[in-house]
Design a protein around this ligand. Structure first.
Ligand SMILES: C[S@@+](CC[C@H](N)C(=O)[O-])C[C@H]1O[C@@H](n2cnc3c(N)ncnc32)[C@H](O)[C@@H]1O
Length: 281
């Protein structure tokens, strides 16, 4: 099957490495974590709440949520990346045992969870990695596992605004010799949903109401190595995966040069627009 932006094959899960998982936690994970904290302000996370963190990655946010829901709450994080779940499990400190757990799993298959078993579901920087079909399946599943009156919090990049990590990448992948390997630069790139599409999707899948807003901020990154680590680790190896090994370094060098416009006094300030949505059952 040819790869296009819409085929599930456009994102692979077997490219992740221990190094990428570690880098995610050290660099990109912190940016996503900050977004997650903004999202949490909109969600009724109280002691005793049952919360499902879908696409929890290395579990930074889930562990924080668990500290808010403890001691009688329950927080379950799921993610298809085994190396990230392994890192996440290290965050189950003795005081969170019994509250926090992590499992391998996909957003679109929540069959292990019963109907109406969670007060809140969270998807922080996860939705763009799902195809349109997977997004529909996921929201139907989330609707099923949420208690009446429960809600889904969604945060991350939106299709309403450009994402500089992928604008820079697209410009480079359109050039020779890279373009031969990327008939469509959307391959391996996140499919960011627009706010209108998210509202439509939530209605189609049974949700009653959604509140959506955007947050603008600058991502401050100290070195060009960190910029690249953010790009490659938050895409779990998909950023330049279709290029042969011998072209990887040259392409990444060109991408780093593409970020020079964001250089300020020895560091980078990359503007990001984040969608923050709460969708009610
Ligand atoms: C940018 S990371 C965000 C991780 C975490 N939510 C955070 O805030 O740091 C995107 C995560 O989405 C996960 N993901 C991608 N496709 C998924 C799917 N179909 N179901 C569940 N998680 C998925 C990836 O494995 C990855 O851990």
């Amino acid at each position: 099957m040819p790869q296009t932006a819409d085929t599930p094959a456009s994102v692979a899960y077997d490219l992740d490495t221990d190094e990428l998982a570690r880098q995610y936690e050290a660099t990109s994970g912190k940016a996503q974590y900050e977004t997650g904290l903004v999202l949490l302000q909109e969600l009724p996370v109280i002691p005793g709440a049952h919360i499902l963190d879908i696409g929890c990655g290395t579990g930074l946010l889930a562990a924080h949520i668990a500290s808010l829901a403890a001691p009688h709450g329950r927080v379950v994080g799921i993610d298809p990346l085994t190396k990230r779940i392994d890192l996440a499990r290290k965050k189950i400190s003795p005081d969170l045992e019994g509250t926090l757990s992590f499992e391998y799993g996909l957003a679109q298959d929540l069959s292990r969870f019963g109907n109406e078993s969670f007060d809140i579901a969270v998807m922080n920087s996860v939705m763009p990695w799902l195809t349109t079909e997977q997004q529909q399946k996921t929201l139907r599943e989330v609707f099923r596992v949420l208690k009446p009156g429960g809600c889904l919090g969604v945060a991350g990049g939106s299709g309403d605004h450009p994402n500089h990590f992928y604008e820079v990448r697209k410009r480079v992948l359109f050039r020779d010799p890279y373009k031969d390997y990327y008939p469509d630069p959307a391959i391996g790139a996140p499919k960011r949903i627009t706010s209108d599409a998210l509202v439509r999707l939530s209605r189609e899948t049974g949700f009653s109401e959604s509140k959506i807003r955007f947050e603008s901020r600058a991502l401050v990154v100290q070195t060009k190595e960190e910029v690249l680590q953010m790009a490659t680790s938050s895409s779990f190896g998909n950023y330049t995966r279709s290029l042969p090994d011998e072209l990887q370094t040259a392409a990444l060098d060109e991408m780093v040069r593409g970020f020079e416009e964001f250089q300020r006094d020895g560091h980078f300030e990359i503007p990001i627009e984040t969608l923050i949505a709460v969708i009610y059952k």
